[in-house]
Design a protein. Structure first.
Length: 182
């Protein structure tokens, strides 16, 4: 096969690609499809878009805070340990364990926010102040970026309240003495 034959084959392939692309562009111009009224599926942790454009939708309604005195006692700390395995990539919860991408979580329940030595917390967490109370952990685990806008934590959150209670029950046990219930 000489070079002229190769040139004809390559030209035919490129011509076909250009023809198909041209038909595609023309059909999009003729049959314009409007954007969907609502998304086909919802990605957890991504704020919904308002119907009027690109403005974020209003924040979800605040959910009822459980009675932690009873809810933590009935929560399953072993199930919380299973859920917390996802956190193990960024956090350690063993006594004296290292800081990773996130701080060590040993004794986090009741500990002052942004207080673990050797970890550089984001300004959003530093500004929160106070201790990690059960309600704060519950709301933080729901959506960290909503609880502390500007946090470095990129975790989308745990939407199910029972999962959050289980994780809090697990974290409560990761201390020299578990934090008292309210």
């Amino acid at each position: 096969m000489d070079s002229f034959e190769c040139t004809k084959i390559i030209g035919g392939v490129l011509g076909t690609v250009l023809f198909i692309d041209g038909v595609h562009i023309a059909s999009q111009m003729i049959y314009e499809t409007p954007p969907p009224a609502k998304p086909g599926y919802v990605v957890a942790g991504v704020p919904a878009q308002a119907e009027t454009g690109n403005a974020p939708a209003p924040a979800p309604a605040a959910e009822a805070t459980p009675n932690f005195a009873t809810a933590i006692q009935t929560a399953d700390a072993m199930a919380g340990a299973g859920i917390a395995e996802r956190c193990g990539a960024c956090h350690d919860w063993m006594k004296g364990g290292p800081n990773k991408i996130g701080p060590n979580l040993y004794g986090v329940v009741g500990r002052p926010k942004a207080s673990h030595p050797g970890f550089d917390y984001s300004a959003a967490i530093k500004m929160k102040g106070g201790n990690w109370a059960y309600a704060d952990l519950f709301n933080f685990l729901r959506q960290p970026a909503v609880f502390a806008p500007g946090t470095k934590m990129s975790f989308a959150g745990l939407p199910r309240p029972q999962d959050r209670l289980n994780v809090i029950a697990f974290l409560r046990m990761q201390a020299d003495s578990p934090a008292p219930l309210p």
